[in-house]
Design a protein around this ligand. Sequence first.
Ligand code: HPA
Length: 287
Amino acid sequence: MNQQLIDQAVQVANDRLGNMHVDCALLLGSGWSDAIGNMEILAELPYSELPLPGGAQVKGHVGRLLLTRGFGATFLAFQGRRHWYEGLGWEPVVFPLYLSAACGAKTITLTNAAGGVNPAYSPGDLMLIRDHVNWMGSNPLVGAYDPDKGPRFPDQSDVYNANLRSRVKAAMAEQSARLHEGVYMATSGPAYETPSEIKAFRAMGADAVGMSTVPEAMVANWMGLRCLAISCITNMASSVGDGPLSHDEVLAVTQTAIPTMQQLLESCCRTMVQSLDHTPHDRSSTP
Ligand code: HPA
């Protein structure tokens, strides 16, 4: 990652969003931007004004960086992500991790829309990612080794922090909210999968399939940011459900699921704030 670009982005974010001492980060994928609900928005900045290659160009991705306040802490929220299938390499995809870490975030919550591979799932359901299979055919950690950022050969036995997951599951159970926990299979996209691929993915242990999240989670784990990731199951994957898949369907389902998405995102954010090993950054000018 180009360190100069990160330094410039931190500078721009500082100038435009105010003092960027953040506690936690949030990456809001397809359809999740409206799920931040009750958080107070302190400031916002369009991606087009950050030193990045391009803006967020996929329908359903807002393309905006927010500084928000909620649950007693400060969050850097990315409304929209970049994808490997855009063909611009890994830098735009993993940039949010570098910027979050440079701004002091200790945790990141990743969100996405995914296809249901487990036949027990239904569109509109939510899944807490327990583990992943990287089927993207590439890996964001390939490249020059920077010992200041993380190890050359990172352990990946607890990418999605087990302790934090238990707390989120307990909070959701307390509210009698339906929540699956499962394995997310990441493909490169941009094509949806064939029926035979989905059959193979199920045999490999996948519960859901999508085109994102795994690279960001791998980089978070490598950098030592505590990570949680959640999926909205927007459709049943190819041949598990009926009919052809479309991105419009994906976005429509996230709109109807907003109340439960908000509930789950809130549980993750609260859990992340509780996990901070320091007093959340005081912004006493805000409630
Ligand atoms: N496959 C891949 N990515 C997706 C899907 C799917 O079925 N639904 C939402 N994102």
